[in-house]
Design a protein around this ligand. Structure first.
Ligand SMILES: *[C@@H]1O[C@H](CO)[C@@H](O)[C@H](O)[C@H]1NC(C)=O
Ligand SMILES: *[C@@H]1O[C@H](CO)[C@@H](O)[C@H](O)[C@H]1NC(C)=O
Ligand SMILES: *[C@@H]1O[C@H](CO)[C@@H](O)[C@H](O)[C@H]1NC(C)=O
Ligand SMILES: *[C@@H]1O[C@H](CO)[C@@H](O)[C@H](O)[C@H]1NC(C)=O
Ligand SMILES: *[C@@H]1O[C@H](CO)[C@@H](O)[C@H](O)[C@H]1NC(C)=O
Length: 441
């Protein structure tokens, strides 16, 4: 279930602010004008001062995170063991997955939505990257990197009113696949060169990152923020990264304080429908995860505001009443029949197609931090009874990556410090058997 449309109007106000900056954007044809220079923002919690501070791989999964997955599977430890059994059966995890693209132009929103070839291939690139890391089977290395290179050299334009959603959802997952293959797999992009190149980085910069710079509102805006974080890390772009980090904390329409009521955790779209209310939790958790990979804890921001928000939305969706402040609602709510007088019961409850946002919250707060979260826990267990957030054939296309028991899990309370020694290219062997871009003899 895709729970993010339509958001057509969200960028309208922002365009007004940035219209004076709009400039031509490089060699790609048909690029919408929704992009401009990256605003330079004040430094704050989590911002970086120089490029060498980036940790790689460091988007959804650091090296330590990947090792936790690999060792959990290898040692037959739960929840990784059972999660991997299901994950490895999924069609997107197969080295024999048949690529559906590449295409040169795809469209989302106000068109025929002909982007599913990209969605599917992106899922296969990401899942094959994980399969390669876990099994070290070269055929998965090949599958992931050929998909990255094929789309990376052929896709020149994304159009439609929901372009920035496509960029922020599929584009982000694609960047995650690339980050693993580059820094762990030693993949070298086809076509990569400093000027006039056609490869993945060039596309990521011009077509993906710059498309997300005008951040929309509410969950749509958080999608752009979390994607910008990912793109900036892959690209080693300090200014872009700091912009997204700043927006996460300070954008009162799209950042964490715009999305969640500081006292109760009520969502800015609680009155709209529960799909959007839950989606916002997932994207905020993914953004926080990316910053965690870079060494900054924002899960605890605002007295664990995201946890408060998870508890609020879990409680309501489990059938309980929640306090409701009608004055807390999303920016531009009028465009989607808001503001709202009460929580919406649209898509209320926990079903198999409930947005896959609960595992990441549960493992981060309940297991890793040992915090009390009865409703989030109950939500996680309820969804487990329905098959969990990862079952073969259910992972795509979707707004969140699925497979939470495999990719987001921790087995106990702990710090799980990131290995920030892995930031410098040290000449490790290139290729599927290589040691990747880490300091290695
Ligand atoms: C997708 O649709 C857009 C808009 O109609 C079109 O320009 C593009 O060529 C289509 N792409 C494919 C792969 O069909
Ligand atoms: C690697 O994966 C391929 C495709 O799934 C399979 O045919 C092959 O047997 C695997 N190789 C090893 C060493 O497991
Ligand atoms: C485009 O994709 C095809 C695979 O379908 C690949 O062979 C080719 O190298 C890619 N790049 C260009 C510039 O055509
Ligand atoms: C939502 O509430 C309305 C009015 O209270 C009711 O008519 C409707 O059946 C409810 N829908 C669901 C899905 O519970
Ligand atoms: C990688 O290692 C495997 C197993 O040792 C070997 O069969 C394969 O040829 C190696 N691949 C490359 C590209 O060196």
């Amino acid at each position: 279930m895709i729970l993010t449309q339509p958001h057509f109007a969200c960028v309208a106000a922002a365009i007004g602010l940035l219209i004076h900056f709009v400039v031509a954007t490089g060699p790609l044809n048909g690029l919408p004008v929704l992009n401009g220079p990256v605003p330079v923002v004040p430094l704050g919690l989590g911002s970086k001062k120089r490029v060498g501070e980036f940790i790689h791989p460091g988007i959804w999964h650091t090296h330590d995170d990947l090792e936790r997955i690999r060792l959990g599977v290898g040692n037959g430890q739960e929840p990784w063991k059972s999660a991997f059994e299901k994950f490895s059966l999924d069609s997107f995890s197969q080295a024999s997955y048949v690529m559906q693209g590449p295409k040169s132009i795809i469209c989302r929103g106000g068109c025929n939505n002909n982007y599913t070839t990209f969605s599917n291939d992106v899922h296969a690139a990401y899942q094959n990257a994980l399969m390669w890391y876990i099994t070290k089977n070269e055929s998965h290395w090949d599958r992931s990197t050929t998909i990255l290179d094929a789309w990376g050299t052929n896709l020149t334009s994304i159009i439609g009113t929901d372009t920035s959603l496509l960029v922020g959802l599929e584009g982000d997952m694609f960047a995650n696949a690339a980050e693993i293959m580059r820094w762990e797999g030693g993949w070298v992009e086809a076509g990569a060169k400093a000027s006039g190149g056609s490869g993945f980085s060039n596309q990521l910069y011009w077509l993906f990152a710059r498309q997300s710079i005008i951040i929309g509102q509410a969950n749509y805006g958080m999608v752009s923020i979390k994607a910008l974080l990912s793109f900036a890390i892959y690209l080693d772009d300090v200014t872009l990264y700091n912009y997204a980090v700043h927006a996460f904390q300070n954008d009162l329409c799209a950042g964490i304080y715009g999305n969640f009521h500081p006292e109760t955790g009520q969502g800015a779209e609680t009155g709209r429908d529960q799909g959007h209310a839950q989606g916002a939790l997932g994207w905020t958790a993914e953004a926080a995860r990316i910053m965690q990979s870079q060494g900054t804890d924002v899960y605890s921001l605002g007295d664990n505001l995201l946890l408060k928000a998870a508890e609020y939305t879990a409680k309501y969706n489990l059938g309980y009443d929640v306090p409701y402040d009608p004055k807390f609602y999303r920016c531009e709510a009028v465009l989607i029949n808001g503001p709202w007088a009460m929580p919406s019961n649209i898509s209320r409850g926990a079903v198999q197609s409930t947005p896959k946002v609960w595992d990441i919250l549960y493992y981060q707060y309940v297991i890793k931090r040992g915090l009390r979260a009865p409703y989030t826990t109950k939500m996680k267990l309820t969804i487990n009874d329905l098959g969990g957030e990862g079952s073969p054939g259910t992972s795509s296309p979707d707004d969140h990556p699925s497979w939470g028991d495999l990719i987001w899990s921790y087995d106990k309370k702990g710090q799980f410090i990131n290995d920030d020694g892995r930031t410098i290219w040290g000449g490790g062997a290139i290729g599927p058997n290589g040691t990747g871009m880490i300091n290695s003899a």
